[in-house]
Ligand binder design. Structure first.
Ligand SMILES: Nc1ncnc2c1ncn2[C@@H]1O[C@H](COP(=O)(O)OP(=O)(O)OP(=O)(O)O)[C@@H](O)[C@H]1O
Length: 601
């Protein structure tokens, strides 16, 4: 729902006066060679100035938006654990030591901009999309997407943006320089759900994607509408939104499982013969694309974790979401490194956005976070993903500059973290911890308190999440019992905060292997659990055996036979686990070698 009335942009009229960059977007910006296939439109002389101004707009911009605590969280008296100051933020994660002493781990992050809970949608537009708008007329393909867990405010943030952008685009179209060139604005709106495309403005018709001879992506049958009036844009957006949430695939629960893509394209109108128009589904019949901006409301990021759900459909959707989030990160990274090969084939989402990853491109990522303590884990994962996108970028000014990519042994930390027991698991020993400061409250908390705290305990990552009762999903009514699994999976999905750190980085071509490794990892952990259960059973039998042999008149022969049998079982169980472990270690090695062969980070 578009709730805020919007004012004329201060940016857009200023184009003719001289563009001032209020947002300090210049740092590390890379201007690329003109390679776009569509770059054939003439550049009027008075556009040269704005071309130069385009150089001041960051190629990748990562912005974080924190939403306010909602009514439910307030009624539960949940703490707000996120503090914002300028373009930095701190997450105060409550944790427990093994002796139940409470302490707070501080995670500090820095982004291009951090918007706190008081920031309006209008300001969000000004900081994110508005600076890009003039560049659309200079052949830029821009992408703006919101990322974050369910209920963190992605839709709330994204929905007003296209309308504001359309208003500015329409205003610019009225300028003689563009009007005379017969530039027009076109709108389309579609959804990717379970790897399939649906037209949100065409009765949810299933669409298919085709590549033309010039490797341009064309979505066959996608309805596009020429729009010259903001009111009409608003109606189309509302129509598409309604189709998204009430379509055949269901209500809100599903909406957070789909990616919605709204595209606004500036095209140069070309007169075509009616017969040609009839014979061509593609965009060519409607004009030549000059530039465009795509707004993407991504599926809830934690949905990528649904890969172990019992329901096959959910698993498939989860894997697809996971794949697209990873693929998106890889494409942004390749894009910013000026790589010739952009791994857009990694997912439907990136394939669809293919033409936004070549030539002049701009990307704005808005990471939405929930401030409540119950969402802490998801919030950290979202921020780590954002941080990785930013630090992957050449212009990244976050952790990269602060040496975030170096691996610091956790037990070398000189803070009070040294008192925290560290798991013997080597994967946990090396974890980039530079966003972490530990504040030991020196207070012991009772078991009861831990439930409202929802901290995580270090000594047993797989078993001891105190998450029962709350999770980021609770708002959407989804049970939170699988938090441990989620954390495990999400860490993988986001580039990993724990075990993934020791693994090779994701690349587009390795996604399938990556999924296989994840499955093997789960199987290994399940086998380990089973081995422990079996061992406990065997130990009980051994105790019984010992008790029997100590009874007067017991038969030693019987004892020897039974002990031999029990020990064989014990050995077989261990050997089987060892074999599985060896196979998995081998798999990790293979993957590491593969990743070394690929382009380095
Ligand atoms: N900055 C904000 N200020 C006020 N309310 C907000 C803000 N952000 C989100 N909300 C409210 O929080 C709720 C959840 O937001 P929203 O639906 O945008 O989340 P989402 O991330 O899109 O979730 P999903 O992935 O499930 O679609 C909505 O009721 C929305 O109005």
């Amino acid at each position: 729902m578009i709730s805020e009335p919007f004012e004329p942009s201060p940016y857009i009229p200023s184009i003719s006066k001289g563009f001032e960059n209020d947002f300090n977007l210049t740092a590390g910006w890379q201007q690329k060679e003109q390679t776009d296939a569509d770059a054939s439109a003439p550049v009027p002389t008075n556009e040269k100035e704005s071309n130069a101004r385009e150089n001041n707009v960051a190629k990748i911009r990562v912005v974080v938006r924190k939403r306010p605590l909602n009514k439910k969280e307030l009624s539960r008296k949940e703490e707000d654990i996120v503090t914002v100051s300028d373009n930095a933020l701190t997450v105060h994660e409550p944790k427990l030591k093994v002796d139940l002493t409470a302490y707070v781990e501080k995670h500090e992050f820095c982004f291009d901009a951090v918007l706190d809970e008081r920031v309006t949608n209008d300001e969000v537009y000004r900081v994110t999309v508005e600076p890009i708008i003039p560049t659309i007329f200079q052949r830029t393909k821009a992408t703006c997407f919101a990322y974050g867990q369910t209920g963190s405010g992605k839709t709330f943030t994204m929905q007003p943006l296209p309308l504001r952008a359309a208003e500015d685009l329409v205003r610019l179209l009225h300028q003689p320089v563009y009007h005379n060139q017969r530039f027009k604005l076109w709108l389309s709106y579609f959804e990717i759900y379970g790897g399939k495309l649906f037209d949100l403005l065409g009765e949810r018709k299933k669409l298919c994607m085709r590549e033309d001879g010039r490797q341009q992506v064309c979505i066959v049958g996608l309805q596009e509408f020429e729009v010259s009036d903001v009111q009409i844009v608003k109606e189309y957006i509302e129509k598409g939104n309604a189709a998204r949430s009430t379509g055949s695939t269901g209500a809100n629960e599903e909406s957070s499982r789909s990616h919605a893509i709204l595209q606004l394209a500036i095209k140069k109108h070309i007169e075509v013969k009616e017969s040609f128009r009839r014979n061509n589904d593609g965009n060519e019949s409607r004009g030549k694309v000059i530039g465009k901006i795509s707004f993407i409301d991504l599926a809830g990021s934690e949905r990528g974790a649904d890969t172990t759900d019992n329901d096959r459909q959910t698993r498939i959707e989860g894997a697809e979401i996971n794949k697209s989030l990873l693929a998106l990160k890889e494409c942004i990274r390749a894009l910013d490194n000026d790589q010739i090969h952009i791994p857009f084939r990694g997912s439907k989402l990136t394939e669809v956005l293919r033409d936004s990853f070549v030539g002049n491109s701009k990307t704005v990522m808005i990471s939405c976070i929930s401030p409540n303590v119950g969402s802490c884990e998801h919030t950290l994962n979202t921020l780590r993903y954002a941080d990785r996108v930013k630090s992957l970028s050449k212009s990244g000014n976050t952790k990269k500059d602060q040496g975030q990519n170096s691996l610091i042994p956790i037990n070398k930390d000189t803070s009070s973290a040294s008192s925290i027991p560290v798991s013997a698991d080597v994967e946990d020993v090396y974890e980039p911890q530079q966003d972490v400061k530990v504040v030991d409250t020196g207070r012991r908390v009772t078991e009861k308190e831990t439930l409202s705290y929802i901290p995580t305990v270090d000594y047993d990552k797989q078993q001891s999440s105190f998450s029962s009762g709350f999770s980021g999903r609770e708002e959407s009514g989804v049970a939170s019992g699988s938090m441990d699994r989620e954390r495990f999976e999400i860490n993988n999905a986001y580039g990993g905060s724990t075990s993934q750190k020791m693994r090779p980085s994701y690349s587009q071509n390795s996604l399938d292997t990556e999924e296989k490794v994840q499955k093997e990892e789960e199987a290994l952990i399940a086998a380990h659990r089973k081995e422990i259960e079996d061992t406990m059973e065997i130990v009980r039998e051994e105790m019984k055996l010992l008790a029997e042999v100590e009874q007067p008149g017991s038969l030693i022969d019987n004892y020897v036979t039974q002990l031999s049998f029990v020990l064989s079982r014990k050995a077989a169980s261990l050997v089987s686990l060892q074999a599985r472990l060896a196979r998995f270690q081998h798999r990790l090695k293979e993957q590491e070698i593969l990743s070394r062969k690929r382009v380095p980070r």
